[in-house]
Design a protein around this ligand. Sequence first.
Ligand SMILES: [Mg+2]
Length: 305
Amino acid sequence: MIMEVQKKKKVMFVINPISGVYKKKNVPEKVARYIDYVQYDYTIRFTQYAGHASLIAQQAVEQEYDVVVAVGGDGSINEIAQSLVGSGTALAVIPYGSGNGFGRHLKIPPRDVKGAINVLNTGKIVKIDLVKSNVRYFISNAGFGIDSSVARRFKHHTTRGLSSYAWAMVKELLFYFQPFEAKLDIDDITVEGSWFLFTAFNANQYGYDYAVFPFTSLKDGVLDVILMKYFPLKKLPYIVACLMLKRPDLIAEAQSYRAKKITIHGNKKMVYQFDGDAFVYHDDVTMEVVPHAINVIVPQELNAY
Ligand SMILES: [Mg+2]
């Protein structure tokens, strides 16, 4: 009798050695220790420059890898997702950045290589939404205002993590921040004003377990949007308190929306953040949900995501 040997799946681990404050030197050793060799053959590659993860993921798709595992933060996941759209290659994550918003949404804890590999070994493949903007997709969240201004300044910080992020935000508010003038088309609604914050959420949080809306879903085909008018600085403690309590409805300056497509007409160059990385655009920016655009490996027991 001939036993039929099931073909092993090919997995590519893409490690960003510089995301977050934590060293990843021991990740390959833990991959070797915990991966299921019955199911998987694997390769590990380290990124060497910004954009490299996209290229490696594209090569993995061409070489018919079954899974690409992003080992890094939301920025690394973003780069890899660009190349997996429309392919049969699934995304898996070992969250290892600073905020880790996407991994936390999927209940994959940060910097837990054993736990994340267990999800790879025992999890299920599901389809999630991506959001197409002018030239790139985003997977977690994007927007402009205080968070994009901080993201731009944060690029030059040598330390990362929540405390240095909080400090960067305080400095930004006190010394640099200017409101953003823009007109926005949010599905059929048009609003115009001077804005403090606009964020469109595909995944449910900025990171650090900080979510504005408790109900945001990666599979419902809509973005959850918060849009906040500029306000006098003395109102900041009240507004921060409302945001911490996930009650944007208590903020007079804030509006929330659920939308499939958003167009932002800025009147000058605008700083945006896409999955935490800052970009400057001079043209209009469109964000449109692409439902079920990519396959992702999530924990077997995860049903709400
Ligand atoms: Mg959604």
